[in-house]
Design a protein around this ligand. Structure first.
Ligand code: NDP
Ligand code: MG
Length: 393
């Protein structure tokens, strides 16, 4: 029986993970759950899954959580604060950690799980982007196994040789091909993008996801973060990572080998497939997912991304080749800009301006400890917030 800690249990990935776990009560137990501020949702999950521990990341909500658990007669232990996330990520009672917090807020707990040698099911791509080599190095030093949940990276994981050791040449790999849905604005011009609403940006045609990643998907920054994520996780040169728009979201990504073979993973666009793959790996279990009907799909369509309409993908590639702190700055500026867009304070096309501005002012030093990364992230956020304030003035 695997004891699973789910960081970000009240989110979209959290819900899909709990759905798979609930299908296999003999294999998995949701043993620790966390949320940011949504006490009612967290308590509902505690009533359903009876975890040992529930963490609310906002420390001001500890009393509310404790009170609600008591009122429902639940034995789950309440904890609070960012430190408590690290504690459950490292707690030896839980062998598997699902990193499904959105944004930089998940960095420390993701690293804590790696340092504790856990089986780490990784959705929190921002943590991968920010941590450079640190995450992979920490996992290796402490015997942690990282299995990506991001659908593209999980697809690549499935298409790589079982003994792949971050050496593309040794494995005969020539390219990784990441597929992109293209988001809700695929085919739109810049003039059309100028006045898009939050509701339009969050209405993804294929995937139902949290609001932050939905906006990232609309700007194509999601694919930019994923190029960096692929470089980090698979140790491959960025020039060998290609992006193809595939609006059908049936082919989730491909690995190309020296002999000309391209291995792809296909399936319905449903995150429960990569989650079930990662939970049970190397075994295969039912994920509750609709079977893909290839006759219904009939043909597969691919096109190159449009770099003029969607410059965020290029900004992410530029940050990756600049190296040093640039990916941390890219991520921080993007998080601030997306939050500003979601709050109605800036327009859709302002997002790329905030990121571009941040990158132009980023320094080229390496940050390879948690403390150094957090400091670069803090400064880049402050700069982006300052820029937004200057705009308003
Ligand atoms: P959601 O917004 O749906 O959920 C986010 C989760 O993180 C919630 O449990 C939320 O708690 C918690 N959280 C938010 N902010 C904080 C914070 N400051 N401290 C602690 N916890 C916090 O996001 P998704 O599930 O869509 O995405 C999660 C991660 O997975 C992201 O990194 C995303 O890029 C990645 N991912 C998601 C995919 C998807 O299909 N959704 C696909 C591939 C990757 P609360 O509910 O209390 O706010
Ligand atoms: Mg993805």
């Amino acid at each position: 029986m695997k004891q699973v800690a789910i960081l970000g249990a009240t989110g979209s990935i959290g819900a899909s993970t709990l759905d798979v776990i609930a299908r296999h009560p003999q294999r998995f137990r949701a043993a620790a759950l966390s949320a940011h501020r949504d006490v009612p949702a967290l308590v509902e999950l505690c009533a359903r899954f009876a975890p040992e521990v529930a963490v609310i990341a906002d420390p001001a909500l500890l009393d509310a959580l404790a009170h609600a658990l008591r009122e429902r007669g639940l034995a789950t232990l309440p904890m609070a604060g960012a430190g408590a996330l690290d504690t459950i990520a490292a707690d030896a009672r839980f062998d598997t950690v699902v990193a499904a917090i959105v944004g930089a807020a998940g960095l420390a707990s993701t690293l804590a799980a790696a340092a504790a040698g856990k089986r780490l099911l990784l959705a929190n791509k921002e943590a991968v982007v920010m941590s450079g080599e640190l995450l992979v190095r920490t996992a290796r030093a402490h015997g942690a196994t990282i299995i990506p949940l991001d659908s593209e990276h999980n697809a690549i994981f499935q298409c790589l040789p079982r003994d792949y050791a971050r050496d593309a040449d040794a494995a005969g790999i020539t390219r990784l091909i990441l597929t992109a849905s293209g988001g809700p604005f695929r085919g739109w011009s810049r003039a059309e993008l100028r006045n898009v609403s939050v509701a339009q940006a969050c209405a993804h045609p294929r995937w139902k996801m949290g609001r932050k990643i939905s906006v990232d998907s609309a700007t194509l920054m999601n694919k930019g973060l994923e190029v960096i994520e692929a470089q980090r996780l698979f140790g491959i040169d960025p020039s060998r990572i290609e992006v193809l728009v595939h609006a059908q979201s049936v082919v989730h990504s491909l690995v190309e080998y020296a002999d000309g073979s391209q291995l792809a993973q296909l399936g319905s666009p449903d995150m429960r497939t990569p989650i079930a793959n990662a939970l049970a790996w190397p075994q295969r279990i039912d994920a509750g997912v609709a079977r893909l009907d290839l006759v219904e799909v009939a043909r597969l369509e691919f096109e190159p991304p449009d770099p003029i309409a969607f410059p965020c993908l290029g900004l992410a590639r530029a940050a990756l080749s600049a190296g040093g702190c640039a990916p941390i700055v890219l991520n921080a500026a993007n998080e601030v800009a997306v939050a500003g867009f979601l709050a109605g304070r800036i327009g859709f096309l302002d997002i790329e301006r905030v990121i571009d501005h941040g990158l132009q002012h980023s320094v080229n030093e390496a940050a390879d400890t948690l403390e150094a990364i957090i400091e670069v992230d803090r400064a880049a956020r402050a700069a982006a917030v300052g820029m937004l304030q200057d705009w308003k003035a």
